[in-house]
Write a protein that binds this ligand. Structure first.
Ligand SMILES: O=c1ccn([C@H]2C[C@H](O)[C@@H](COP(=O)(O)O)O2)c(=O)[nH]1
Ligand SMILES: [Zn+2]
Length: 202
């Protein structure tokens, strides 16, 4: 099963079709013509889609800011989880476990025995563990990097509703993750950030 593309194509259509708004303003909206009513309907739907997209971008920006706390010199990942009311219930970033000293467990070690991948807790896992609510059932996950296979397992088990992400990777853990998410019918969607509005330098 391929990732849901409807919403993405609707959103990219949106930019082009937003010109319709201008046309609509020029129309006589007191007229009962069904064409006018259809345009008003379509316009309202597009405004709704735009509002939703901006919400996703806002939470992904927060995930990006969260990722800046990670000490991983190669890849900083941030995750924000929100509930049905759009309240943030958890955040997480990739880091070594509590008490595991960065000076001993170094990020830059190539040796397989000491490699960071053996020790790092992924952003999504930290967010799942840090949650400030009883359950993540039906919550929405915003993450700067597509979840790996292990994180996908945890997200599926947590019964979250959907995953929005920024960056993707064509590597085995990520391909396996997609296979699992598709099979478990947990939808995911890549969001493109507006240029120049990604994250505030800090
Ligand atoms: O689902 C994921 C996948 C990876 N991460 C973290 C784990 C590591 O700290 C980095 C990836 O390091 P690379 O050197 O780019 O392979 O990203 C995560 O938090 N969540
Ligand atoms: Zn992971």
């Amino acid at each position: 099963m391929s990732p849901p593309t409807n919403e993405i194509s609707e959103i990219s259509d949106l930019t082009q079709h937003f010109q319709l708004e201008n046309r609509l303003e020029k129309l006589d909206i007191n007229s009962n013509s069904s064409t006018n009513l259809q345009l008003i309907d379509e316009n309202a739907r597009k405004a709704e889609i735009q509002k939703e997209l901006e919400k996703h971008q806002r939470f992904l920006r927060m995930a990006k800011v969260t990722s800046l706390r990670s000490k991983d010199p190669n890849t900083q990942v941030g995750c924000v989880i929100v509930d049905k009311e759009n309240c943030i219930v958890s955040v997480g970033y990739n880091g070594f476990p509590i008490g595991v000293d960065d000076d001993v467990f170094r990020w830059d070690k190539e040796d397989p025995e000491d490699n960071k991948h053996l020790y790092v807790v992924h952003a999504e896992m930290n967010a799942i563990i840090n949650k400030r609510c009883a359950t993540l059932h039906d919550c929405i996950v915003y993450v700067t990097l597509f979840p790996c296979n292990k994180c996908a397992q945890m997200l599926i088990q947590s019964r979250v509703k959907k995953v929005y992400f920024l960056e993707d990777r064509d590597e085995l853990p990520f391909r396996a993750s997609k296979k699992m998410l598709d099979h478990a019918k947990l939808p995911y969607e890549q969001i493109v950030m507006p240029r120049g509005k990604y994250v505030i330098e800090c």
